[in-house]
Design a protein. Structure first.
Length: 331
């Protein structure tokens, strides 16, 4: 494999918000799956003052890619530099920089710069990378602008909540129930249909090791969910499965009331059993509240509606997972 040519791109946007607000969004990488459409999940591998090493899962050109990066944070200079340690083909190397420039108390300029090389300098690879960088950069810059310009209102629109059950059943069976989402239409009353695709290596759909070195499994799925009023809506999600105790996900197609929805299923020791928790984080779309819920309804009404609907489905899944594990243990 040889690579010689380095390609440079620069994308920018003007943001009507203080420069430090903009920098804060860029610096807080743990929230990126909630903030930026392409990002699915971020794991911190190392953290030191002014630097971090992270692994990212993100959509790129219709596929889910994962890579490890190092980031250097400069809060005084309002810059964040990044360099991929291990890139995903056709990317051979990738790095860049976020730069925030103040143009007054409430106006900033944000630039996102990339430098990259393609595996074997393949022209098709260069075109693919350039297209993905252009598309994702424009999406991320627009998201930063929208979030920064919301100001304090973001706290009203974004919220998290959890549902938990306790079980003395085998935690491996609980994990298997949550992992085998392909079986949910026949196991869960609120799931009327589900199409699931999974990457190769690591584990197969029966949970058996296939020589992938313990790598997390990535699932892409479209699910038809039946609501309490009998209507059905379709969501699309990417799930990253960390056997034996955690599955994280991001909805890439969300219901009308939301602009973002991420979540997780976790299994943790508790007494003589385990606690199984479903966690959701949501950002509401304020412009959709009255259109979906009716004239005069508020963001507070939407928060209640969304939490009730998501908790109802989560509680059902958690209950069935517990019953499955405990019934299997009884034989």
């Amino acid at each position: 494999m040889t690579t010689t040519d380095t390609y440079l791109t620069t994308h920018g946007i003007t943001v009507l918000a203080p420069a430090r607000t903009v920098y804060g969004i860029i610096a807080d990488v743990a929230d990126w799956p909630q903030r930026f459409a392409p990002n699915v999940h971020v794991e911190h591998l190392e953290r030191t003052p002014g630097a971090e090493r992270i692994r990212i899962w993100a959509t790129a050109g219709g596929a889910v890619k994962s890579w490890t990066s190092r980031r250097e944070l400069d809060p005084d200079g309002l810059r964040v530099t990044f360099r991929q340690e291990l890139s995903a083909p056709p990317v051979a190397a990738m790095g860049g920089e976020w730069i925030v420039t103040s143009h007054g108390d409430h106006v900033s300029r944000l630039e996102l710069r990339h430098d990259f090389r393609a595996v074997d300098d393949d022209p098709a690879g260069v075109r693919w990378i350039t297209s993905v960088v252009d598309r994702n950069s424009e999406s991320e810059l627009a998201a930063v602008k929208a979030l920064a310009e919301l100001g304090d209102r973001l706290g009203e629109l974004e919220f998290s909540f959890e549902d938990t059950v306790f079980t003395t059943g085998d935690p491996a069976l609980v994990y298997d129930y949550l992992y085998r989402a392909d079986l949910w239409p026949e196991r869960l009353p609120h799931v009327s249909g589900l199409d699931l695709k999974e990457d190769t290596g690591g584990r197969d759909m029966a949970g058996r090791d296939t020589g992938g070195g313990g790598e997390p499994r990535v699932q892409v799925m479209a699910m038809d969910t039946r609501t309490a009023d009998g209507s059905v809506h379709t969501t699309e999600s990417v799930r990253v499965c960390f056997a034996p105790d955690r599955i994280v996900y991001k909805q890439t197609t969300v219901p009308a009331l939301m602009t973002a929805h991420t979540g997780s299923w976790t299994i943790t020791p508790a007494g003589d059993g385990v606690a199984v928790t479903s966690r959701h984080t949501v950002i509401l779309d304020p412009g959709a509240v009255e259109r979906v819920l009716g004239q005069g309804r508020t963001v507070a009404d939407a928060r209640t509606y969304v939490q009730r609907a998501l908790s109802a489905n989560s509680a059902t899944t958690l209950r069935h997972a517990r019953e499955f594990a405990e019934a299997t243990a009884r034989g």
